[in-house]
Design a protein around this ligand. Structure first.
Ligand code: NAG
Ligand code: NAG
Length: 352
């Protein structure tokens, strides 16, 4: 009798240990950066490994924040090149190749491995390197037809939200940190003749600290969300910052239709809605005195919102890399990109 009890107890203990071992292995661990991983991954039950071949712009962050900030825990992120043979994904930041293909990982790669082409620049700012054919498996860019689209998004929520319009003491502002205003400069110069434009940011020698960044934009009725070059889907933070702040963006970039792929049609003003800068200026002045029409531009905020982006520059690639991690963990599709440039430089019909 005693013996039987002992055996049962042993079984129970063994079972408990097995279950806890199983749970221990299967419990999702967050994205982590093994500081100096000695042992390469060999255990197939472990999360897929994403190797950052370069840190984009050398901006390092703690990948555990994928879990804490975005709840993404579908892979492990590492920058340790010695685990190359075991990495399911290798993220290659285009700018860091610096026209030297010797900076790329070894061409011999394990059959399961996917190389991710990561580029945040528009085609005119993207260096055309030869011999990038048949290297990559996934594209990661702001384009909506990329395998991994990385851009600020408008999100929906179910419960109506009370929106309080911020107090405004300026009519038109432009906050830009761009080094080069590009194609936006001419329109700005013309518009300036017809309406006062308050400028801020590095582009104008007036840098704005992160703690007053959104409130500066919020204090203006309109914000010039002008892109410095015009490409399909190339709609950047300059649009999203006023949407976060509670300010109407006046956009210059791809056609209105392209904007409407990403944001509601009645939340912004497109420069092409007007024959010229003078007509735009008149319309903005009119809206200044017509408060109810002005308020209508914020009707979308009841059910939609835009999450503020990471203003700390050292974390600017955090969300993008977490999305790559998520993709790697969820999608196991075979993919091969023959000519990454053909896709990226392809000119749409509406461009002159
Ligand atoms: C990139 O460079 C190659 C070789 O110099 C050239 O053949 C190709 O047309 C260029 N592609 C683009 C999109 O400019
Ligand atoms: C990745 O792309 C390369 C080259 O285009 C191809 O040889 C390889 O089979 C692809 N691998 C996967 C897992 O998609």
């Amino acid at each position: 009798m005693l013996q039987k009890g002992c055996i049962a107890l042993l079984f129970a203990a063994g079972f408990t240990i097995l279950v806890s071992m199983y749970l221990g292995i299967r419990q999702p661990t967050h994205c982590r950066l093994p500081p100096q991983r000695q042992q390469p991954y060999t255990d197939p039950t472990k999360l897929p490994l994403l190797l950052l071949w370069f840190w984009p712009e050398n901006l390092k962050f703690d990948p555990r924040e994928c879990q804490t900030e975005f709840g993404i825990n579908e892979c492990s992120v590492t920058d340790d090149r010695s685990v190359y043979e075991n990495a399911e994904g290798v993220l290659i930041y285009h700018r860091a190749i610096r026209s030297d293909l010797a900076n790329l990982p070894p061409r011999e790669r394990p059959p399961f491995q996917k190389w991710i082409w990561f580029n945040v620049d528009p085609p005119t700012k993207t260096q055309n390197l030869t011999n990038l054919d048949n290297l990559f498996n996934l594209t990661m860019s702001y384009r909506k037809d990329a395998d991994i689209t990385v851009r600020v998004r408008v999100l929906s929520h179910k419960n109506p939200e009370e929106f309080v319009l911020p107090v405004k003491d300026k009519l038109v502002c432009w906050l830009s940190d761009e080094e080069d205003l590009g194609v936006a400069r001419d329109y700005y110069k013309e518009l300036q003749k017809h309406i006062k434009i308050n400028v801020f940011g590095k582009a104008f020698g007036k840098p704005i600290k992160p703690d007053i960044y959104y409130s500066t934009i919020a204090s203006c009725k309109f914000h010039l969300s002008f892109e410095n070059s015009i490409h399909p889907d190339y709609i950047t933070k300059t649009l999203h910052d006023p949407l976060v702040s509670g300010t109407i963006p006046v956009v210059l970039g791809p056609p209105r239709k392209n904007y409407e792929d990403f944001i509601p049609r009645d939340c912004f003003i497109h420069v092409n809605d007007f024959p010229d800068a003078k007509a735009l200026a008149e319309s903005l002045s009119h809206l200044d005195s017509d408060n109810s029409t002005y308020q209508n531009y914020f009707a979308w905020r009841k059910y939609l919102y835009v999450r503020p982006r990471q203003l700390k520059s050292e974390k600017q690639f955090l969300h993008d890399i977490c999305l790559a991690c998520q993709h790697l963990g969820r999608k196991r599709v075979y993919r091969r990109i023959h000519d990454v440039y053909k896709w990226f430089y392809g000119r749409p019909k509406w461009l002159p």
